[in-house]
Design a protein around this ligand. Structure first.
Ligand SMILES: Nc1nc2c(ncn2[C@@H]2O[C@H](COP(=O)(O)OP(=O)(O)OP(=O)(O)O)[C@@H](O)[C@H]2O)c(=O)[nH]1
Length: 675
């Protein structure tokens, strides 16, 4: 499946010792069956223990009552019958006032009396923004104090409702972090049997919107293009230095962990503390989440943007946002924790340089995420298998344990042993005690006395700032894996994905593989900003022309037209088997995840069983492979895919094998057979 940090490991284990990484790593997990209906219909409301503990001790955030109170008749009556005559406003001002009131109510709901709203709007001469700021700033103080006397007397007379001109209410959203829809990384569906994985974005198939440029070029055209490409190539290293030399390094971080560990809340709060989310936006989320009885998720809403995610209270797709540390521009990929969405999590992990593993310190919760078939182990193994080797572990929700050092030590001890087995070096893993909900130890050193008694280490932001940014292989031949396809605003269509190797310039010719159709790069954008060039490590959207949209799929590769990515249906891999319920035998069917591609495949040959530590051949042609075995096998995929040997391009030389929603093995590609 997904992609892998380019050379994310160069300064680390460039050799990527397979045995070190996978050997003796995984104990058998009793994974839950995906057919378990209760799990499919996961309902977070069954598990509110953590939040209720927290809310009991914090008066500043009020948990909603089960049933939302209906607005009182008095409130409704006042609004519908508001008498503005006493204000002596002309018609224009009256209309302006009513428009402002509508917008304020849209953000504030029914929480603020009309007279306060009116007073504030008039005071700020119909400036909606200033009025809203004033009300929000006063709000928290007012909540603690007795309500002030209304300044404007309640209307005495009933009059006809004032006709309010229709105003388009501006959407109050975190503009800085709202991902442009076009650039949101979508996951993909695993389809059963031999069906083809296809892009999530519905394609416009109408003839009018199809690009009619002939896409397959004949040999003569190809040769001309190749010659032209050779002439036009400028030195990528120099180009990278010129373009990026003075900028902060970009770091992609995937946030992983068991469902409900608090990943989205942690990231939402971090963004809020850093000023990336305005107080107003958060207030809106607070109001809206309260309305559907999910107030404890208000920070998570910063990243969980879809209606379904918000209603179900779980992350389903990879959420994206960005912020800056002292030395880096950090792009967050907030992965779903629920077992059903592992493929999306893999897509997120595939784009990351480093990972933040979030664990819930609440008693019983850490255990169910780590020991009882939860996702903590699977996620950690997956990211390591995908090449991530630097990890921060947020020991989250420590507020529920009253900042217990004993609990922190217990969790870190268990995780350290497991992570070491999974292939993480001790020196590459940092543990941070924190609470996403209270904001403790996120962006500044903690002031919590119970934590200060035993912790003097860095806050989460400082740990993120200390990650090493992998070198970007800009001078290698272009490889960009496609993880989304969508219709752009202009001509052509867009593909999104991560550049694993090389450089893409606006105007470049690229080869769409495995179909080998030549396309032209019409435009590029990186993190939603237009750019003329993008380099290895960048997550980009590329507008293509010269190829039809329906001929491109998620999992395809944009390749250098001269040094092309190999395409094959059969390859040899060195496999580590983690978690099979029945032993693997010849012909064993699997779903192969390679970058963002999911394709059905069979293990067609068991060539050798290896010693996990030395790599020595223990047995040639074994009849079956059980858990924790390491073996060389041949895998045949149902249709041609782009694949590289691990030693040539690490990012395209790793595969994950899954069966019935469970990851059973990871492998490194050792040979590719021509077809
Ligand atoms: N007490 C306490 N509760 C927290 C903390 N962080 C999150 N929660 C609560 O835990 C619940 C789950 O939080 P989320 O942020 O949605 O968890 P998640 O890991 O993103 O969930 P998925 O993405 O669906 O896997 C919510 O009710 C949060 O309010 C924390 O630090 N302390």
């Amino acid at each position: 499946m997904a992609r892998h940090r380019n050379v994310r490991n160069r300064s680390y284990s460039d050799d990527y010792d397979f045995d070190d990484v996978y050997g003796h790593s995984v104990e058998e997990d009793s994974c839950l069956s995906p057919s378990d209906a209760a799990q499919w219909m996961y309902d977070r409301s069954r598990n509110q223990q953590a939040i209720s503990n927290f809310l009991d001790n914090h008066d500043d955030i009020q948990e909603e009552s089960e049933e939302l109170p209906e607005p009182s008749h008095a409130t409704l009556e006042r609004r519908e019958s508001m008498d503005l005559r006493g204000l002596n406003l002309n018609e224009d001002d009256e209309a302006k006032l009513m428009s402002c009131l509508d917008e304020l109510r849209n953000v504030l709901g029914d929480t603020t009396p009309d007279n306060i709203l009116v007073q504030s709007v008039l005071k700020h001469k119909f400036n909606y923004n200033k009025a809203l700021d004033e009300i929000l700033n006063n709000k928290s103080k007012q909540e603690e104090k007795p309500k002030p006397e209304p300044v404007i007397p309640p209307p005495a007379l009933l009059i006809e409702p004032v006709k309010v001109p229709v105003v388009t209410t501006p959407k109050v959203i975190a503009t800085k972090i709202e991902p442009n829809k076009a650039a949101v990384i979508k996951g993909f569906k695993i389809e059963d049997g031999n069906t083809k994985s296809c892009p999530q974005t519905p394609r416009d198939q109408s003839p009018a919107t199809r690009d009619r440029t002939p896409s397959r070029l004949d040999q003569a055209d190809d040769n001309k293009i190749v010659l032209k490409i050779k002439e036009n190539k400028s030195d990528p290293n120099t180009q990278f230095q010129n373009e990026r030399g003075s900028e902060k390094d970009h770091l992609y971080i995937v946030v992983i962990g068991h469902v409900d560990a608090g990943k989205s809340t942690l990231m939402g709060r971090l963004l809020f503390e850093l000023g990336e989310v305005s107080q107003r936006t958060l207030h809106k989320y607070e109001q809206e989440s309260k309305k559907i009885g999910k107030q404890s998720f208000m920070y998570a809403w910063v990243l969980d943007e879809t209606g379904e995610e918000r209603v179900r209270g779980i992350t389903m797709d990879v959420g994206r946002a960005q912020f800056e540390t002292k030395t880096k521009k950090v792009i967050i990929l907030d992965a779903p924790g629920h077992a059903d969405f592992i493929p999306n999590m893999i897509t997120g992990a595939g784009q990351a340089d480093v990972a933040l593993l979030v664990v819930d310190a609440t008693r019983g919760e850490f255990e169910s995420g780590f020991e009882l078939g939860g996702q903590t182990r699977e996620h950690a193994l997956l990211v390591r298998s995908l090449g991530v080797n630097q990890l921060a572990v947020a020991v989250n929700k420590l507020d529920t344990t009253n900042w217990s050092q004993e609990r922190f030590d217990e969790i870190t001890k268990k995780l350290k042993a497991f992570l070491k087995q999974a292939g993480f070096k001790d020196s590459d893993v940092t543990f941070v005690p924190c609470s996403g909900l209270t904001g403790e130890n996120l962006v500044k050193d903690s002031t919590e006395p119970n934590l200060l008694k035993w912790y003097s280490g860095p806050c989460l932001l400082d740990v993120i700032d200390k990650f090493n940014v992998p070198q970007r292989p800009v001078s290698k031949p272009l490889r960009m894996s496609i993880n989304d396809i969508f219709k752009g605003t202009g001509s052509g269509f867009c593909v999104a994905g991560r550049i694993e190797n090389g450089v893409i310039n606006k105007g470049d010719k690229v080869l769409v593989c495995p179909t080998k159709e030549m396309a032209e790069v019409r435009s590029l954008s990186i993190n939603d900003l237009a750019s003329n060039v993008a380099f290895a490590g960048d997550q980009v959207s590329v507008t293509l022309s010269g190829v039809e949209m329906q001929n491109v799929s998620v999992g395809y590769i944009l390749s250098d037209p001269i040094q092309q990515v190999p395409v094959s249906t059969r390859f040899e891999a060195r496999l580590v088997v983690f978690n099979v319920k029945v032993p693997i035998t010849k012909g064993f069917p699997v779903l192969i995840h390679h970058q963002s591609l999911v394709e059905s495949a069979n293990i067609v040959k068991l060539k050798a069983l290896l010693n996990k530590s030395t790599g020595e051949v223990l047995k040639k042609k074994p009849r079956c492979l059980g858990n924790n075995s390491v073996a060389v096998v041949d895998i045949e995929v149902s249709k041609p895919i782009c694949i590289e040997r691990y030693k040539d391009v690490k990012e395209l030389g790793r595969v994950m094998l899954r069966v019935a929603g469970v990851t059973i093995a990871a492998g490194l590609v050792t040979d590719i057979f021509t077809t």
